[in-house]
Design a binder for this molecule. Sequence first.
Ligand code: AMP
Length: 403
Amino acid sequence: MSAPDVRGAVLVLNAGSSSLKYQLLEPHSAAVLASGIVERIGDDDAGATHTAGDETAEFHGALADQHAALETALSLFRETGIDLGGAGLAAVGHRLVHGGKDFYRPTLVDDGVVDEIERISDLAPLHNPVNLAGIVAMRKLLPDVPSVAVFDTAFFHDLPAAASTYAIDREVAQQYSIRRYGFHGTSHQYVSERVTEYLGRDATSVNQIVLHLGNGASASAIRGGKPIDTSMGMTPMEGLVMGTRSGDIDPGVLTYLQRVGGFDAAEVDTLLNRNSGLRGLCGENDFRTIDRLISDGDDNARLAYDVYIHRLRSYIGAYLIGLGEVDAITFTAGVGENSPTVRADALDGLSRFGIHIDAERNTLRSKEARTISTDDSQVTVLVVPTNEELAIARQAFEVVEGQ
Ligand code: AMP
């Protein structure tokens, strides 16, 4: 197969603490020209797998950091016949977790933007520094290709003050930029736009709830295209029970652990980010394993599932009330797209609220957007696959095109 034409394509990067995921996309047609993942960055046994059409390439060896990971990715591109350094790549789109107060649009990166992102890195110490390392490396490796930062918080920047404000001392909140920022915004925006498109409705006339249930999980309430509430807060820890994060917890537990258990900030962080949620409750964070454990009669897995559903239903209830009238409830991301049981239990017994899931439609598997409610359900219940990479590619493309 001949190498694809990369003119006008966007390379989307999602740099994590020890991994780097990337896709090369054509933003208009949504065609994926190549994709890959580099794992165990920082280790001697790092690995990378890369696919471009029918061609694949691999790497095994030591990779010190994001720069080395990106260098490797670019050489895997070359092995499959794609020279990203040649003319034509429209942009590199970078996923940035936290935009703080000031970044709420896709932003063309220059030295000043790099400094600003660095300045706010304390807001998301697990994510932003490593996202930034990806930007810095890319600007060195492909200096002629514009980098665009797309922020996970951006969609929620204009949440109503009542939803974005924590009830704490206002001066402390101001001094430390403490507010509810919300996350997974790229997904909530993309999916909610797909929903209005799918329903053939004008975005301004649709009230909807989007449930992004992946390893991280968040819910949002969107009125006429604008979010009015979301479950994640200052950090991605608030809200729903997640794979390894606790979601909502009485803040008194944290001070209690510090006082009585001798936990320091890093230990609290690790507890709530990595050793809580489903994993904290039953040792597993993948729903496929949890389903199996439940079938085998594992009580901890059952409890983990019940806590997960209980919290999810609480948020759905809050957003039904917050919106008043709801046209659509949509499930997305790994769990939302793949678990009929979670979808059925999340919305069980809500016929009084005009919500009726069709049992057969709910169990059909598909990669397409689809309705899973009955024809006479007042609220349309949908499954819509998210595509954050495509959303980032399109936003990055728009920024460079508007230059
Ligand atoms: P994400 O973060 O969106 O990639 O979602 C990852 C999570 O989706 C995994 O941890 C699983 O819990 C869940 N998942 C993926 N595939 C399935 C499946 N076939 N059935 C149930 N859950 C799934």
